[in-house]
Design a protein around this ligand. Structure first.
Ligand SMILES: [Zn+2]
Length: 136
């Protein structure tokens, strides 16, 4: 039978900061229930590739500086909202499995070697000029 481990991510050094949260009319802080939903999804993503014998992880708290923030969509006139995870210096997480990679490295105290999509933002591609605009 698998062991169960609860992990309070707020107990570990975090790179998150409220400085990285968005501001403006479109944004509102998520409720505690919104955070629980994200924590459940991130825990599920963490457990997805566990090896036999590995414990089942339940994250109980977000790391310091991380919050779920609801934002209205600007391309519709309905009341749809997106619930995104903010706090990372390089931008928000939209999917739990991406945040799961980062949070695993917070837990392990190994942020310097994090492999998540936000820690490994590529430099913008150099836009190549079409050949018919080249000055020869
Ligand atoms: Zn990362």
């Amino acid at each position: 039978m698998a062991a169960y481990v609860q992990v309070d991510l707020s107990a570990f050094p975090s790179d998150g900061s409220a400085m990285n949260w968005p501001s403006g009319d479109r944004y509102t802080l998520g409720s505690e229930r919104d955070e629980i939903r994200w924590l459940d999804k991130i825990s599920y993503a963490k457990n997805w590739d566990r090896a036999p014998g590995d414990p089942l992880i339940t994250y109980t708290e977000l790391p310091h500086g991380y919050r779920v923030i609801a934002q209205t969509r600007d391309n519709t006139n309905n009341r749809a909202r997106d619930y995104l995870l903010y706090g990372h210096p390089n931008g928000h997480f939209d999917l739990a499995h991406k945040a799961s990679v980062h949070f695993k490295h917070i837990w392990l105290g190994n942020l310097a070697n994090c492999t998540c999509t936000r820690c490994n933002v590529r430099a913008p591609a150099v836009r190549k000029m079409p050949f018919w605009q080249l000055r020869l």
